[in-house]
Design a protein around this ligand. Structure first.
Ligand code: SAJ
Length: 413
């Protein structure tokens, strides 16, 4: 049977490739011609371990093709972005437009699966959009819809697609079973069925749980600073309790998932979702707290030396050992320091990129610098991402003033 995967990003492309690898005929659809061309040439337009091999061998074997048009298929998987708008409510326009486009190809017996992380009710809404486009099929009543949210961790996508349990919500039990059969082609873990709304909510809850836990850690880090204890030691000791498991504080929460999904719950129940909202606000405020810490250190340097400090900021990515700068607190902090410390020199270090992102280019006080040089020249070293490449630099860094937002160097203090 054939599958069309709409949206060939971080989730859609790995899913398309792994379905093809398991013998299905897969056609990928994306609005971006460059993405389509890259895939048809057997290459991948972003970094994800092992994905390149999957794409190359399945394109070569003719099982995986891509285009900007949506073809007819037995099953559709929609994996388009679901960002939020300025007022923090979900933007479902990409799902709407995918739905309207694929509706034209339908004959009535297809299964349409929404994979994008979505607010409660989004799968029903997608069904409504499709059926409004095709009143003939609405009457027939044979189309099936499902929500099968992805839950893979960037950097481990190809493995986690196979090994993670998966929640599958169906518009009817038959729809859920049909989606299970499709995911069964590559997923070796449990495929647990429910209705679409519960599946939508369970995905949002997973990421909100992580956000709330990190907000707790971030609040502890600010409290610990006030009362003069080491937050990483406190958390390590508390986590020795068999029923306590606190995550790690940091400079804030980045990426396209944890920092977004909780807002979908807040938008669905604004008067009730108080912890979830407050966790988001705590994590969003953490970068500014880090900037204030650097300001205090800069004031000290200025008092001692009579000049503005040189500041090294280590890391730009949103988490360790990747090159992904999307919604990165490290990037926002570096930008804020460059904006506010006009008399200082900011030496930004990011071993995973060759040049600063556009937003940070052409600034007199900011340069991308190699890590040893940055540490050598800096008065203040701000560790923003715990990349493996920085792990052993604690002892030399601590010859200067250090603001270690990740606790990576806590034993070098
Ligand atoms: N972070 C901390 N402290 C921690 C853990 C993470 O500050 O203890 C920060 C990271 O530095 C990063 C942010 O949180 O800035 C998010 O990173 P992450 O590794 O927690 O998560 P993502 O966004 O890469 O992937 C998450 C995963 N969700 C869960 O672990 C519950 C992944 O499984 C989901 O598939 C993904 O969101 C998604 O697409 O929804």
């Amino acid at each position: 049977s054939s599958v069309a995967v709409i949206g060939l990003g971080y989730i859609g492309l790995p899913t398309a490739a792994i379905l093809a690898d398991n013998g299905l005929r897969v056609h990928g659809v994306d609005v971006n011609q460059h993405t389509v061309d890259a895939i048809n040439a057997g290459s991948v337009p972003f970094v994800e371990p092992e994905l390149g091999d999957f794409v190359e061998r399945n394109v070569t074997a003719g099982r995986l093709t891509a285009s900007t048009d949506t073809p007819a298929a037995d099953a559709y998987i929609v994996a388009v972005p679901t960002p939020f708008m300025a007022d923090k409510t979900p933007d479902l326009s990409y799902i709407d437009s995918a739905g309207r486009t694929l509706a034209r190809q339908l004959t009535g017996d297809e299964l349409v699966i929404l994979e994008s992380t979505s607010p409660p009710g989004a799968t029903d809404r997608m069904a409504d959009v499709i059926l409004a486009e095709r009143p003939d099929l609405a009457e027939k009543g044979t189309l099936q819809f499902a929500h099968a949210p992805e839950r893979v961790l960037p950097g481990q996508v190809m493995r986690e697609l196979v090994t993670n349990d998966r929640i599958i919500g169906g518009s009817t039990p038959e729809a859920a079973e049909r989606a299970v059969a499709l995911y069964r082609t590559f997923c070796e873990a449990e495929l647990v069925t429910t209705n679409t709304r519960t599946a939508e909510m369970s995905k949002l809850v997973e990421n909100s749980f992580r956000d709330v836990n990190i907000a707790f850690a971030n609040e502890l880090s600010m409290i610990s600073d006030e009362i003069g204890v080491d937050v990483w030691e406190v958390i390590e000791l508390a986590n020795r309790h068999p029923r306590v498991n606190i995550l790690q504080p940091g400079p804030g929460v980045g990426g396209h998932c944890i920092a977004v999904d909780p807002w979908f719950i807040v938008a669905a129940a604004p008067d009730t979702a108080t912890i979830i909202r407050s966790a988001r606000e705590i994590n969003d405020a953490k970068p500014e707290w880090v900037v204030q810490q650097v300001k205090a250190a800069a004031f000290d340097v200025q008092q001692e030396t009579g000049r503005a400090p040189v500041v090294a900021t280590l890391g730009l990515a949103f988490k360790p050992n990747i090159d992904d700068l999307r919604e990165s607190p490290a990037l926002n902090i570096t930008e804020a320091l460059s904006d506010q410390f006009t008399a200082s020199k900011i030496l930004s270090v990011e071993p995973h990129v060759d040049e600063l992102p556009e937003r940070l280019q052409n600034r007199d006080n900011l340069t991308l610098t190699e890590v040893n040089e940055a540490i050598e020249r800096a008065d203040i070293i701000v560790l923003l991402v715990d990349h493996a490449a920085f792990a052993d630099l604690g002892p030399i860094a601590y010859k200067k003033r250090v603001i270690d937002t990740r606790g990576q160097w806590r034993t070098s203090k």
